[in-house]
Design a protein around this ligand. Structure first.
Ligand code: ARG
Length: 463
């Protein structure tokens, strides 16, 4: 079949070129947005007197039939149609005849693709934000149940100070909350309609871009036609946002992998979200968490790929931008399934709080508390307090116990300056609760962080 643009051509295009040039095999993903945009365009053309009502009705009916055929899997996507825009327009004209040929009045594929892709990215933005909130909700519930669960807080992956598990989970939530906010901001920034920009310079018809913008749910039309068909910032925003989400997920996933090992033994994944080994019958592997950790790679790759495609492109539309889609589709699918499965894995995992507490007794986590006690309560200069604490640690090590397990009397024998009450500051839970500064790990502060985040969550959900 002759190409829709083949008027000036006397020879058919080369098969290899068709294959190289076509985007239909991947941009068919945009069929819904393409039809949605065309319907809005036809309505507008009619209300501006460019199409008659019967032409408009035939176009809308034809587009709806095509949508049904695509939905039912009956529609044939042909390489020779090149892209989703020509595929649908061609099918429409076949179906309804002359009126179909008028649909492309006052529009170009350049603004059409910019519109379809923008609608897709905005829809994906909303979908991902909803999933972020669901994940945050799950984490906050887990946090709420674990504000008393002792955990060895780490720096350099070494035991550092006692915290509670809830506090650690709230730290995870903070990154996801920023991800959500980042996406809300970019949604607002990108919620403008490029439709009606034409090829690059606007159109010589008395069209109404405000009408299509508002009927498609945009805040307003874009301001400059040339920028509208050239820019892919909205897609890059999404790729960056997804990269940040996947980076956060990879850090959680890494901890989940560690925590589920024998060495830690902090958590077990449910069988439903674990996998086995083909050779080692005893194994239960955290593949879900490992894959989540690994998926950040492709998200970053997609971001860098599009940044490089866009680099140095002259205005206005260039075919290079056809390379914008596959990476975005891939990142969106990756983000959606990752958020969903992480949520499920968290909802179904078992937390071994006794094991966490037992492990918190390794590494003398309250040594800093002892030094502080010597300074504040025993009037010992910090340098000496540091030294005395070192002696207490050495004594505990010689006994093979943690300093929190020593008796008051044996501690006080180590140095006469150690006053009564020392035992209580070495207690892990007391130490955790002593960090009661705003934003600190005490159970009380953790609970108040959870309350703040839950209030935020219901506000964004209801507002
Ligand atoms: N398939 C093209 C793309 O994805 C659509 C726009 C083509 N426009 C053009 N003038 N060749 O970018």
């Amino acid at each position: 079949m002759a190409k829709l643009w083949a008027g000036r051509f006397s020879k058919d295009s080369n098969k290899l070129l068709d294959e190289f040039n076509a985007s239909i095999m991947f941009d068919k993903e945009l069929w819904k947005q393409d039809i949605q945009g065309s319907k809005a365009h036809a309505q507008m053309l009619c209300s501006c007197g460019i199409l008659t009502e019967s032409e408009r009705d035939a176009i809308i009916k034809g587009l709806e039939e095509i949508a049904g055929e695509i939905e039912r899997g009956e529609f044939v996507f042909r390489l020779s149609d090149e892209d989703i825009h020509m595929s649908i327009e061609g099918a429409l004209t076949q179906k309804i005849g002359e009126a179909g040929k008028k649909l492309h009045t006052a529009r170009s594929r350049n603004d059409q693709v910019a519109l379809d892709f923008r609608l897709y990215t905005l829809k994906s933005n909303s979908q991902i934000r909803t999933l972020l909130l669901e994940l945050i909700d799950t984490l906050l519930s887990l946090a709420k149940e674990n504000t008393q669960t002792l955990l060895a807080g780490m720096t350099h992956l070494q035991h550092a100070q006692p915290i509670n598990l809830g506090f650690h989970l709230v730290a995870w939530v903070m990154g996801l909350k920023r991800d959500y906010e980042r996406m809300s901001e970019s949604y607002k920034r990108n919620n403008f309609s490029p439709l009606g920009s034409g090829a690059l310079a606007g159109v010589p018809y008395a069209t109404d871009r405000n009408m299509t913008a508002s009927s498609l749910g945009f805040f307003a039309p874009t301001l400059n036609a040339m920028d509208s068909v050239s820019e892919r910032d909205f897609a890059l925003d999404l790729l960056y946002e997804i990269s940040m989400i996947m980076m956060h997920i990879s850090r959680m996933a890494e901890e989940l992998v560690l925590w589920s090992s024998y060495e830690f033994g902090y958590i077990s994944f449910s069988d439903e979200y674990s996998t086995g080994s083909s050779i080692m019958p005893q194994k239960k592997n955290p593949d879900v968490a490992e894959l989540l950790r690994g998926k950040s790679g492709r998200a970053y790759g997609n971001l860098i790929a599009l940044l490089v495609v866009m680099k140095g492109l002259p205005l206005a539309y260039n075919k290079d931008t056809q390379e914008d889609k596959e990476g975005v589709f891939d990142s969106v699918k990756t983000a959606i399934i990752s958020l969903e499965i992480l949520n499920k894995a968290l909802q179904t995992l078992t937390i071994h709080s006794e094991r966490m507490e037992q492990m918190a007794k390794i590494g003398h986590l309250t040594a800093t508390d002892l030094a502080d006690f010597l300074v504040q309560k025993c009037n010992v200069p910090f340098r000496e307090a540091h030294h005395i604490t070192g002696q207490v640690v050495a004594y505990a090590e010689s006994k093979g116990v943690d300093i929190s397990e020593l008796e008051e009397s044996e501690i006080r024998e180590i140095d006469t300056r150690i006053k009564e009450g020392v035992k209580s500051v070495l207690d892990l839970r007391a130490s955790m609760n002593a960090r009661d500064s705003y934003g600190g790990t005490s159970s009380k502060q953790t609970q108040s962080q959870i309350n703040t985040l839950q209030a935020w969550l219901s506000e964004v959900r209801n507002g």
